[in-house]
Design a protein around this ligand. Structure first.
Ligand SMILES: Cc1cc2nc3c(=O)[nH]c(=O)nc-3n(C[C@H](O)[C@H](O)[C@H](O)COP(=O)(O)O)c2cc1C
Length: 154
């Protein structure tokens, strides 16, 4: 069986919290040797990165009740090109929030439904300061995502 296309992790982080979460997800995803994993900052990622991917994990924060601006910018930039290319990518969302996260979740899901991207898992909201439990959860999600890609279940 050919190896699945890489898992692409795209993150936006203002203070470093989401960067830590994205790194933990990366480490979990690397548990599956047959799947390559790429990590890109949202500012550096573009449509070509989506085209070569087999799955997309987005890591971002809730800012002022909405998805963080850097992640919104990435989605804004890739929206029309992804639709034009008929891209279909299973996605997962890891959101960091002080005490809520629902606004970011709702906005991200709404935007991603426009891409025709199927959700691989329910979005995960990690509330409060980043802690070991958050990193563990992120690692588990990364591992589960690549396992699903290998099994071809998305
Ligand atoms: C400008 C700003 C606005 C924020 N707004 C919210 C918010 O609306 N809801 C919430 O739960 N947390 C909010 N937070 C907290 C962040 O979501 C949280 O600190 C997150 O871990 C930040 O991750 P990052 O610094 O890696 O981007 C806000 C933080 C900042 C700096």
């Amino acid at each position: 069986m050919p190896a699945p296309n890489p898992l692409l992790i795209v993150y936006h982080s203002q203070s470093g919290s989401c960067a830590k979460i994205a790194h933990a997800a990366y480490q979990g995803a690397c548990s599956e040797a047959s799947v390559a994993v790429r990590v890109l900052r949202a500012w550096d990622a573009c449509t070509a990165d989506l085209t070569g991917a087999g799955g997309l994990l987005l890591v971002a924060a809730e800012n002022s009740g909405a998805l963080s601006g850097g992640m919104k910018d990435f989605l804004d930039r890739t929206f029309y090109p992804a639709i034009a290319a008929d891209l279909v990518l299973p996605y997962a969302l890891l959101l960091s929030a002080g005490n809520d996260g629902r606004g970011a979740k709702q906005q991200a899901q709404r935007i991603l439904s426009g891409y025709s991207f199927p959700a691989a898992t329910e979005p995960v909201i990690l509330r409060g300061e980043v802690c070991p439990a958050h990193l563990e959860k992120a690692g588990e999600l990364g591992a589960a995502f690549v396992a699903g890609l290998v099994m071809g279940i998305f």
